[in-house]
Design a protein around this ligand. Structure first.
Ligand code: TRP
Length: 338
């Protein structure tokens, strides 16, 4: 497809470390697809399978989860003609670039990266050695993520708040490389999805596979309804006035309901005119309606993987065309090769 040189790249990745959740959808996929639809950016959306290798050490499982995330992007509406959908591991240039970047990434900066720091803090709390269970891959996670971003000259990286620090690290590393060699890398901007910081799981904490509080996107409707009914609420009765902002049900509802329905429900919360049971019913219906088409598309894609394979093959080719140019420039600047 002819590509106007002026369209800057929007890039984001999803790590296939578990089946796709509504947190992925509302926090990452939906905003990224809205951005793609506006056509102001050239979308590079990918499956970060080598990032998932930091936690998934079962080959069959990782391969399956990678297909699930690819199918999710497509089922939720990514247009693979306009956007480039690829598997990170199909672009070897990223990994060569990652090594170069690692030689510019201050170790002290990586010590402060939140995913690593969270493990160290938990270890210290539990009286274990600080680096207990920490692989070098987990420690270097932000460097690989910087390579994901910088290999494609991404201008913006749509992410949730939890990934903002990683994008800032990518920026810092790009600045360090540019300070040495002149402007060879494009420093990216995080594009923060406001909703992404607040997508709550069934227990009210951030929806996360590690808290086991997720709502799956592609469960059967009855299963999703059952899980919605298990969302934790307080013990207020229907007639009690309630603060909508602190209720998990309301926070999910407003992510999927039209604005006028959201405002109507807000008023009923505040005046004490609605019970949680009713909100659960409505939320389950809204979610299941939203997912009718993606579910059908997803089932078809997963039943015959050849369409996914074809999309990923073409995506890898187009992605490599960009990354190989960046790698060539970097190697020349660094004095690698002739
Ligand atoms: N670290 C991101 C996450 O856990 C996934 C990811 C990998 C990513 N590489 C990326 C996101 C590059 C944006 C850009 O969700």
């Amino acid at each position: 497809m002819a590509e106007p040189a002026s369209r800057p790249v929007a890039l984001t990745g999803i790590k296939p470390s578990g089946s796709p959740t509504l947190g992925n959808y509302l926090g990452a996929i939906r905003p990224a697809l809205a951005l793609a639809l506006a056509r102001d950016y050239r979308p590079f959306y990918f499956i970060a399978d080598y990032h998932a290798l930091t936690t998934i050490h079962d080959g069959d499982e990782l391969r399956e989860l990678t297909y699930e995330i690819a199918a999710t992007w497509l089922a939720c509406g990514l247009d693979p003609q306009d956007g480039v959908l690829y598997r990170q591991s199909d672009v070897p240039e990223i990994f060569e670039i990652a090594w170069i970047l690692s030689c510019f990434a201050p170790k002290g900066l990586l010590n402060r990266a939140h995913a690593y720091k969270a493990v160290v803090d938990a270890n210290e709390q539990a009286g274990r050695a600080p680096d207990d269970g920490v692989s070098a891959g987990l420690f270097n996670y932000p460097v690989l993520m910087a390579a994901d971003i910088l290999s494609f000259e991404a201008a913006v990286v749509p992410v949730g708040l939890d990934q903002k620090q990683h994008v800032e690290i990518a920026r810092d590393v790009a600045d360090a490389v540019n300070a040495a060699y002149g402007p060879v890398l494009r420093p990216p901007q995080p594009l923060l999805e406001k909703a992404a910081e607040t997508i709550p799981g069934t227990d009210g904490r951030k929806m996360s596979k590690s808290y086991d509080n997720t709502l799956p996107i592609f469960a059967e409707p009855e299963d999703l309804t059952r899980r919605v009914k298990r969302i934790v609420t307080d013990s207020r009765r229907p007639e009690d006035p309630k603060d909508p902002e602190s209720d998990t049900l309301f926070r999910l509802y407003r992510l999927v309901a039209p604005p006028d329905a959201t405002e109507a429900l807000r008023a009923r919360y505040e005046s004490g005119g609605v019970g949680y049971g009713e909100v659960k019913e409505d939320l389950a219906v809204l979610l299941n309606d939203l997912l009718v088409e993606p579910r059908q598309r997803y089932a078809a894609l997963m039943a015959d993987r050849s369409e996914i394979d074809g999309v990923l093959e073409s995506g890898a080719e187009r992605a490599r065309a960009v990354a190989s140019g960046v790698l060539r420039r970097l190697r020349r600047a660094a004095g690698i090769g002739r």
